[in-house]
Design a protein around this ligand. Structure first.
Ligand SMILES: Nc1ncnc2c1ncn2[C@@H]1O[C@H](COP(=O)(O)OP(=O)(O)OP(=O)(O)O)[C@@H](O)[C@H]1O
Ligand SMILES: [Mg+2]
Length: 329
């Protein structure tokens, strides 16, 4: 990695308070770096903490339950965790935008498309006058390749297909020309053809605006397609991180290897479990103090089950949290 980091997450820990019990830690000292103009994928099974990481960057952790207990989130060198929330509102949309798996999370069901996207211009692009707004909304809809863009201006979200809603959400995210786009499983709910179109679209718009993308997914096929760098997350921790070629050519963590082996083949049904990794992710309350993956790992020894692995540099730029990483073939 040589370029300038737009986003640096340092040792981020997040806990959730629930009822009368002690807070439960769901993210444990996560560190990530994302260069300007690049794509970093955060990958891992359901529940490992990907969305909590993204929500922390957006500062949309559910309040008052979600608490950052440690760490920094530096955006252009500034710790956004220290910003007054009003300053953060200004950054959201203008500098950092997010797209979600389910577009209805971001869309207002009672507003037509023109108004939803128009509001982003109103908030974040004051140089565009009210009279010019419709024209800009239309342009951004065309940029995201919305079919029959003119007619869609007056549509409500329920009148659109899933892929069209996704395009509206992406159009809204991009209307403010963000420097960072966080895409949290934006294509999971779409069929493969639309998924490929959306991925290509994000990539094209990224190149045009030199935008950085934090791409969240559980799909290693998508990771291979979109990433410059990859961070693999398991049970609230980063277990392996490297550039995309290294991750696929020389994966060292048994979990990363399992994810790669479980990649769905073309035309197969989406999988709900990983055929090459037995068992399931433990719940955060049950995370062991030792290696969190040991109970599912076919390489684990007694040592792994009684000691705590650290994330260590295996070769330049390639970090692994595994006692056995050096010994695997
Ligand atoms: N509001 C909440 N209250 C309590 N626990 C939560 C809350 N939101 C998330 N968690 C817990 O935090 C952990 C991480 O959840 P997160 O949503 O980040 O997972 P994820 O990796 O995004 O999974 P998925 O692939 O299913 O989206 C999970 O154990 C989850 O149960
Ligand atoms: Mg999630």
């Amino acid at each position: 990695m040589s370029g300038e980091n737009l986003l640096t997450i340092e040792d981020l820990s997040v806990s959730f308070k629930s009822g009368a019990g002690d807070p439960v830690e769901v993210i444990d000292r996560v560190s990530l770096k994302l260069e300007r103009g690049k794509t970093l994928s955060l990958v891992g099974e359901s529940g490992c903490g990907k969305s909590v990481t993204a929500s922390s960057v957006m500062r949309i952790l559910p309040q008052p339950y979600g608490i950052v207990t440690n760490g920094k989130i530096l955006f252009e060198g500034q710790n956004i965790l220290d910003l007054p929330i009003e300053e953060m509102y200004k950054k959201r949309g203008a500098e950092i935008a997010m797209i979600f798996q389910e577009p209805m999370t971001a869309l207002n069901p009672v507003h037509i498309v023109e108004k939803q996207i128009g509001e982003v211009f109103e908030l974040h692009r004051p140089e565009i006058t009210k009279d010019d707004r419709q024209q800009h909304v239309l342009k951004v809809l065309k940029d995201v390749e919305m079919p029959s863009a003119e007619q869609r201006l007056k549509n409500y979200p329920f009148q659109l297909s899933g892929g069209m809603r996704q395009r509206v959400m992406i159009a809204m995210a991009l209307a403010g020309h963000p420097k960072l786009l966080i895409a949290d499983e934006p294509t999971t709910a779409l069929d493969v053809t639309v998924q490929a179109q959306i991925l290509a679209l994000i990539k094209a718009l990224q190149e045009k605006n030199n935008m950085s993308v934090l791409y969240i997914t559980h799909d290693m096929g998508v990771v291979a397609e979109v990433s410059d760098d990859v961070a693999v997350m398991y049970a609230g921790q980063i277990v392996e991180t490297a550039d995309v070629n290294t991750i696929f050519k020389n994966p060292r963590h048994p979990y990363t290897r399992g994810l790669i082996a479980s990649m769905p083949k073309m035309n197969s049904e989406p999988k709900t479990h990983l055929p090459y990794i037995k068992g399931a992710v433990p719940s955060p309350r049950a995370y062991p103090a030792t290696c969190r993956f040991a109970e599912r790992c076919s390489y684990a020894t007694d040592y792994c089950r009684s000691n705590t692995p650290k994330l260590e540099e295996f070769e330049p730029g390639h970090f692994i949290r595994c006692f056995r990483a050096k010994e695997l073939d």
